[in-house]
Write a protein that binds this ligand. Structure first.
Ligand SMILES: [Zn+2]
Length: 434
């Protein structure tokens, strides 16, 4: 039995009542939170950590990313989305298979160091990313991205390799590694291909992860091709009824009927505002979606557009941009943002017992240095966490009761090796693609 006892920590539980426990204890046994609050003084644990000065939070969940794209950081700058995407695809054509492993490893290092415990990633050759998940100790849901096949290839044939990979991952029944089917988007996947995705999702009991309605041009194109918005097109195909749920990244341009559909089908929407701002994509107030009951979460998107994997930065940018867009400083208060960054993401990934600190929940948690200068004074701990905390304040990251980082030291990766190899490969990829 492995057990860890944190003594005298300040615990932000993010439970339904928003309970904050100051100077409290938290006991982890066999990957679960066994007790929190007052733990008897004679309790014996394998490890006892003096938590004075530390803040404990549920671990953050990055609900939409393309982790291997760390290697394309800085490779396509100051471009509009319509130019940026083909440029990224052009660079990707020079990738070597092992580049995908090292790019994802660099992302994993960044995520563990900034308090992420789980991520939802779609890319290709995902077996390399699965290796990273297994080694890192992180939780992840991975999707092998599928595009429309060229002429002469059937939808079934185009989808088959991704289906086989998804089936193989799901058959492992791993508590940390899961798989979604991942058609890239309704604008790059034909209706027959998406219909095939729906069939396979039902056969496998799988969820679906894709990009939806990223700008006005995509909506107009969908109206021309199908007479429906992208959301209504996907609803008519039955894609939102995938048994493992649906994660629809971005989903920025929506009308009232779209919002009603997204709420009724509980479609999880990862919001990635740093990508939107950097690529000058459309952004609208999220509060109508929240009010309608659409489940929202946060993502970094790929580091070719977000530029890092720090979800604390995403949380703060979401707060600032949403208050500004709504012309309402009361829009998206602090605990709403913290829940989007934790429980919202955990639910999108089907990790229902992660994202909250309570007895019986998964021990997926992080510790922050509560003595950092920018976290003083403690007039509002919640506001400090949303508006002042940085990923670099995280000192410890735990997944399933296991430390992935202790006292800022990674436990599952050689950080220097990953940084050096990813840098070498990223610079070589950029040079090759010129
Ligand atoms: Zn994306």
């Amino acid at each position: 039995m492995t057990s860890v006892l944190l003594r005298q920590v300040d615990i932000v539980t993010l439970d339904d009542a928003g309970t904050v426990l100051e100077g409290a204890d938290l006991l982890v046994v066999e990957g679960r939170i066994a007790a929190l609050g007052e733990v008897p003084v004679d309790t014996v644990a394998d490890e006892v950590l003096d938590g004075r000065g530390k803040i404990v939070l549920p671990g953050l969940v990055n609900a939409h990313c393309h982790s291997p794209m760390t290697l394309q950081r800085g490779a396509a700058e100051d471009m509009a989305f319509a130019q940026w995407l083909p440029e990224i695809w052009r660079i990707e054509s020079s990738l070597e298979p092992e580049d995908i492993y090292w790019g994802a490893a660099l992302a994993a290092v960044e995520m563990i160091k900034t308090g992420v415990v789980a991520f939802n990633c779609m890319y290709f050759q995902m077996g390399h990313v699965a290796r990273v998940v297994e080694q890192s100790g992180l939780r992840a849901t991975l999707g092998e991205t599928v595009f429309d096949p060229g002429a002469g290839t059937s939808a079934a044939d185009a989808l088959e390799p991704a289906v086989q990979w998804t089936e193989e991952v799901l058959s492992r029944r791993s508590p940390r590694l899961r798989a979604f089917l991942a058609p890239h988007s309704p604008y790059t996947c034909s209706q027959p291909l998406l219909e095939r995705v729906v069939e396979e999702a039902h056969r496998l009991g799988a969820g679906v992860h894709l990009h939806v309605a990223e700008d006005q041009a995509q909506v107009e194109d969908s109206l021309r091709r199908y007479g429906r918005t992208p959301v209504q097109h996907l609803e008519s195909i039955g894609l939102f009824e995938a048994p493992g749920g649906c994660v629809a990244a971005h989903t920025l341009v929506v009308d009232e009927l779209d919002v009603e559909i997204l709420a009724r089908r509980s479609v999880h929407i990862p919001h990635c505002p740093i990508t939107y701002a950097k690529l000058a994509m459309p952004m609208f107030p999220l509060s109508p979606l929240l009010d309608a009951g659409v489940p929202l979460c946060l993502g970094t998107d790929g580091p070719a557009s977000n530029s890092d994997m720090d979800l604390f930065a995403v949380m703060r940018q979401t707060a600032l941009l949403q208050k500004y867009l709504a012309r309402d400083p009361a829009s998206l208060p602090g605990d709403t943002l913290l829940r989007m960054a934790t429980r919202g993401g955990a639910q999108a990934l089907g990790l229902g017992d992660s994202g909250v600190l309570r007895e019986g929940a998964a021990a997926d948690l992080i510790l922050l240095d509560g003595d950092a200068p920018h976290l003083q004074p403690r007039n509002s701990l919640i506001a400090n966490l949303v508006h002042s905390a940085k990923g670099s304040d995280v000192t410890h990251t735990m997944v399933d009761g296991v430390w992935l980082m202790r006292d800022r030291q990674l436990q599952t990766f050689d950080e220097a090796e990953v940084v050096a190899e990813a840098r070498r490969r990223g610079e070589r990829l950029y040079a090759r693609s010129r």
